[in-house]
Design a protein around this ligand. Sequence first.
Ligand SMILES: C[S@@+](CC[C@H](N)C(=O)[O-])C[C@H]1O[C@@H](n2cnc3c(N)ncnc32)[C@H](O)[C@@H]1O
Length: 276
Amino acid sequence: MTGPISGSSSEKYTHGHHSSVVAAHAVRRATEAAAFVLPRLKSPMRLLDFGCGPGTISNDLAEHLLPDGSLVGIDSSEVVIEQAREAAVEKGITNVKFEVNSIYETGYEAESFDAAYAHQVLQHLSEPVRALTETRRVLKPGGICAVREVDWGASALWPPDDRLIAFLDVYRRVAELNGGDAYAGRRLKQWFIEARFSDLTVTTSTWTFSDENGLKWWGEQWAERILHSDLAKRAVEYGIATENDLADISYGWLDWVQAEGAFFAFMQVEIVGVKA
Ligand SMILES: C[S@@+](CC[C@H](N)C(=O)[O-])C[C@H]1O[C@@H](n2cnc3c(N)ncnc32)[C@H](O)[C@@H]1O
């Protein structure tokens, strides 16, 4: 999706839905992405997964909520919702429903969910507190909201490479001009306070790429995304990078995959809040 979505007329989803982006999101699983909240999610809860993307995490969560729980996954992009539906059918998961919808204004009844979950979504929104306020509205009293967001500002890269340092700068600036925040992780607690959630539990974990498979997967997907995804289009449109700069960055990622001692890690911030 490249156009504005409901919320702010200037808001754009940084990655867009190029196949390289959706494929990277479709490897995510609840055992990793929702580990911080899984023990609190149980049958017969009704769970809202907002910004669910291609739905691999949502489908895992729906299975986790069996026998009597269910999940509604929403995303503003029809492309990924269709993919999520197909994945559910393929896996024979029937306690899940995927809908094209925006978390800014879901239209769902107040107090109709026991829990809400979002993975790597608030960082892309220009009004994250408004999204959380809508989430709070649809939660029952005592319901929980669990969110996980990256903080690209807490990343560690080895070996140093000017092309990858340029990548981090391009990513941060495009995200900001799109209305989001690549350093969202550190702001999650503040956003939850502003949206009036209580009993906050904040934890962190990392994504670490160091073994051969991890390096190859992480480096090669960025080598492609920096050329073909909406991130690339916006970087050029905003005058942050030229196509040649992006090609350099792409080669930078490919060289990094082969570099001796290659390592990349960054922090993920996780929060669970309660609607009092
Ligand atoms: C980085 S992806 C994360 C997808 C999935 N949660 C995951 O971790 O694999 C962010 C998703 O949020 C969706 N999104 C952006 N703004 C939204 C909004 N206002 N309401 C619902 N979904 C939104 C995008 O279309 C995109 O699929």
